[in-house]
Write a protein that binds this ligand. Sequence first.
Ligand SMILES: *Cc1c(COP(=O)(O)O)cnc(C)c1O
Length: 460
Amino acid sequence: MDNQLLRNIPKVDELLRTIEQCGCCADAPLQTVTEAVREALEELRTGLKDGSLQALPDADALCARIAALVRQARLPSLRGVINGTGVVLHTNLGRACLSERAVAAVNDAARNYSTLEYDVQNGCRGKRYAHVEGLLCKLTGAESALVVNNNAAAVLLILSAMAAGGEVVVSRGELVEIGGSFRIPEIMESCGCKLHEVGATNKTHLGDYERGINENTRALLKVHTSNYKIMGFTKNVELDEMVALGRERELPVIQDLGSGLLLDLSPLGIQDEPTVQESIRAGVDVVSFSGDKLLGGPQAGIIVGKKCYIDLLKKHPLHRAMRVDKMTLSALEVTLRSYAEGTALQEIPTLSMLAAQALNLRERAERFQRALLDANIEAEVVAEWDQVGGGSAPTQLLPTYAVALRPKDGSVDGLERAMRIRERPVIGRIAHDAYLLDMRTLREDELPCVQQALKESGLV
Ligand SMILES: *Cc1c(COP(=O)(O)O)cnc(C)c1O
């Protein structure tokens, strides 16, 4: 009986003809369809042999299965998701989303030949970094600027070019580990410089830095403790004191600023994050920060500071190895233009999401709740707190609103999974025995898709 069924399994060619007739995979390449057909047939054979399948599916069911396999095979592994976590700078979800302007600029640079290293005025070779240098200097007040792949690379380049073979003085309270094994002490070692720790974890005084300086010292380093905060009985040396000490001893002062904020966000309730302008104004010689944290642009490491040091970095061989591509540069240029034109808060998603007021988020949550109810899905509107994410403003919590869903049958975990494993994954969070979708990071235009996903889960 099994053998008879096995013999009735269609041949690859037959099935390919059936698929062609039904047109369900019309836009897929033949090779992918053929592989899916083989896979589907193998599934049938296995099912018949192990008894999990009692009869052969009809042609429609087979076509549907093959179409699903083709869709799955063609789905990019790296693809967009819908972020319902409320974490604006979610490192695992790609940190900052680019502005519409930046997306358009990347598109233009990616599709076409570009002015990347071409000076159209003079018809000769141009400079790759000229597109952003002027803007960076204008926005931060620095003399000179440079861009590399990310801030970790920026720190590596700075220490390699300015301190190799010597010592760098750092406060014990600032020996930061950023995710993915970026640790200040290890970075130092790989740059061939020696870390000279001073002070205690909770307190470092100017005198500690003074005593830490010897004939091998090449620089003083300040690291923004972006992803943690030491509270209580603490003492930090102010930037201007450090700059004064650096001047006196003729040592450059370097700062790893982490996020690289260009706007004062304290009116939005984000108090802890220093701006790049403050560091430059205080006289720090070289400042580095990320492009895709609070700045809200593409992944990049931005370095601004005194021309004599930036020139040194530009000449270092590592600089060429850390070169950024045209898509990064075009996104960065246009993101910086939003700041220069005073439209950053409206145009840059990172900033507008952080700026969203609880009242507006509540209204959106209530609107979404009503839309869900019209689709026969019950949800509750709940007040919550959001983290900024991306190792920025770690102690800052922003008031927000979410819709909470409790499955009618099935578990909250099951709902979370059903939402996550879709072609366009929806990522929520679980709290108080409910599945939460936070309004801060959900775009208005994503809500219908979220609603569809909830419906299709069959769990709510
Ligand atoms: C995030 C961060 C880095 C690493 O920046 P990337 O752009 O992710 O490489 C380095 N230092 C500090 C203080 C940071 O917060």
